[in-house]
Write a protein that binds this ligand. Structure first.
Ligand code: ATP
Length: 299
């Protein structure tokens, strides 16, 4: 559905995107994550046809996005910095959307109005930041996009609104197999709704994987031995992080769960717990492996 190959983008002589590949399947909810300045918004601006790449390709539904009005009309884009015409009311903006999105759905517009409960005669620029985000979801979902690209979509929304918005997105994916790409720093919420994640770092795509596979590949282990920690074990398994808390070691280990357990068991531990890692923890440790400064990050 969305396919980016070997994408490079320069701003003067600064390389903002470096050989980026991205693949999003139809009906998938894809979380694009990465530290500040890693290139997420720049990549998104290529997916929405705002930027033209210096090299590589950016395709949606098998077609180049840049200067392709037909493809752009299938994309619902909520940018980080929202823009509405000055002086427009919600109703006026809805009429404009209706004129440019051929699949505009009036019933849906009325139904979502009941979710957000904002007077459609109000001027959008006079609404609060969070309310403007709600309006943006309202209009985007009513235009029945095949692809939704959301850059920091829940920024500024209160916790209840965030739930409502996620429910609307999940419902849309379930009903219409919409393809969704979301960039967000809220990894806890992304973890609940995404099936795939791409982690960016310094303009590169560090990892792109199914979230369940990613989670089954990194583990948090609490372990204690009667005697010293068996140092040789690091030759057998990949330890990303190790720290001592009292007599117990906390380790972050990469690899197959069963293989890791059997390796640790060879040295007869008195405690061995294998715990799941959150997306936030995976993010931090994977970036740590890529040279990102993760010292002083305590869990
Ligand atoms: N128009 C531009 N001109 C020059 N440099 C730019 C421009 N847009 C982005 N950059 C640079 O490209 C890099 C990536 O920026 P981008 O906004 O894509 O990051 P991001 O991952 O979205 O960050 P954040 O999480 O902080 O929003 C940054 O170093 C930024 O300064």
């Amino acid at each position: 559905m969305i396919k980016v190959k070997s994408l490079d983008k320069y701003f003067s002589d600064f390389k903002a995107l470096d050989n980026v590949n991205l693949n999003v399947q139809k009906g998938s909810i894809y979380g694009l994550v990465g530290p500040n300045g890693s290139g997420k918004t720049t990549l998104i601006k290529h997916l929405t046809g705002i930027y033209k790449q210096d090299s590589g390709s950016v395709e949606i539904l098998g077609k180049t996005v840049y200067e392709n009005i037909d493809i752009k009309s299938k994309i619902g884009y909520i940018p980080d910095d929202l823009y509405f015409f000055p002086q427009y009311t919600i109703k006026g903006m809805a009429s404009y959307y209706k004129s440019i999105y051929p699949k505009w759905n009036e019933d849906r517009y009325k139904r979502i109005k009941e979710v957000f409960k904002i007077d459609e005669n109000r001027k959008i620029n006079k609404l609060s930041k969070g309310m403007q985000k709600q309006v943006s979801f309202w209009l985007t979902l009513s235009s029945m996009p095949e692809i939704m690209i959301l850059d920091e979509p829940i920024d500024g929304l209160d916790p209840l609104m965030r739930r409502k918005v996620w429910n609307l997105v999940i419902e849309d994916v379930a009903e219409r197999e919409t393809t969704v790409l979301i960039s967000s720093h809220n990894l806890k919420e992304l973890e609940n709704i995404c099936d795939h994640v791409g982690i960016m770092h310094k303009g590169k795509m560090l990892i792109e994987r199914n979230l369940d596979d990613l989670k089954s590949d990194v583990h948090k282990i609490q372990i204690a031995y009667k005697n010293d920690f068996p140092v040789n074990i690091s030759k057998e398994i990949e330890i990303l992080h190790k720290e001592k808390r009292g007599s117990v070691y906390l380790l972050i280990v990469k690899g197959e769960r069963e293989k890791i357990i059997s390796n640790f068991n060879k040295y007869n531990p008195v405690i061995l717990d294998v715990l799941p890692l959150s997306l936030e923890e995976i993010f931090i440790y994977e970036l740590g492996g890529a040279g990102y400064e993760i010292n002083n990050v305590i869990f």
